[in-house]
Design a binder for this molecule. Structure first.
Ligand code: PRP
Ligand code: ADE
Length: 171
């Protein structure tokens, strides 16, 4: 299957000059959903994954599918102020300004093998911040997977120490 045929390209969203890669068209197609989850599962074959971490919000969709298939727990990383219990926090650089993400401190047990999933790799700032939080809690990041990689933004350069996988790339 050519997954790009199921990803909608929206010009100038959310602002001028951005080509938005919209996965809602992929999500509404059951064959494309199945293909995507099987690919992500294939990447994780042979890894002994204890927890799958999904990043709000688009990372929750396949992150939870993957966790069920891997017989692993699912851990949400959320935007600030959403998680109720004791939290670890990471603040990272955006093009203009900063952003923050949170995870529950008791989500990861030291020594856990953790697979982190998000829908899309752009600059890599989000994923780099999440890796640092997981490692601070004692987790081993065994794989990082994405559906889409915007390779021209070189997000992989920030994630050199990890096993980074993606299904489709845009240059
Ligand atoms: C998008 C995407 C990744 C992040 C990638 O999320 O889903 O999480 O940006 O960017 P980076 O590699 O430059 O850090 P967004 O903040 O748009 O949130 P959403 O999933 O809630 O729409
Ligand atoms: N997140 C960051 N850049 C994006 C893009 N071009 N399309 C969809 N999500 C994004």
């Amino acid at each position: 299957m050519n997954l790009k045929e199921h990803i909608r390209n929206v010009k100038d969203f959310p602002k001028q000059g951005i080509m938005f890669r919209d996965i809602t068209t992929l999500l509404k197609n059951p064959e494309a959903m199945k293909y995507t989850s099987e690919k992500l599962l294939d990447f994780a074959k042979g890894l002994n994954v204890d927890k799958v971490v999904g990043i709000e919000s688009r990372g929750f969709i396949f992150g939870s599918i993957l966790s069920e298939k891997l017989n692993a727990g699912f851990i949400p990383v959320r935007k600030p102020g959403k998680l109720p219990a004791e939290k670890e926090q990471a603040t990272y650089q955006l093009e203009y300004g900063t952003d923050t993400l949170e995870i529950h401190k008791d989500a990861i047990v030291p020594g856990d093998n953790v697979l982190i999933h998000d829908d899309l790799l752009a600059t890599g700032g989000t994923m780099e911040a999440v890796c640092k939080m997981i490692e601070k809690l004692g987790g081993n990041v065994v794989q990082i997977s994405f559906i889409i990689e915007l390779s021209f933004l070189k997000g992989r350069d920030k994630l050199k120490n990890y096993d980074v996988r993606s299904i489709v790339e845009y240059d």
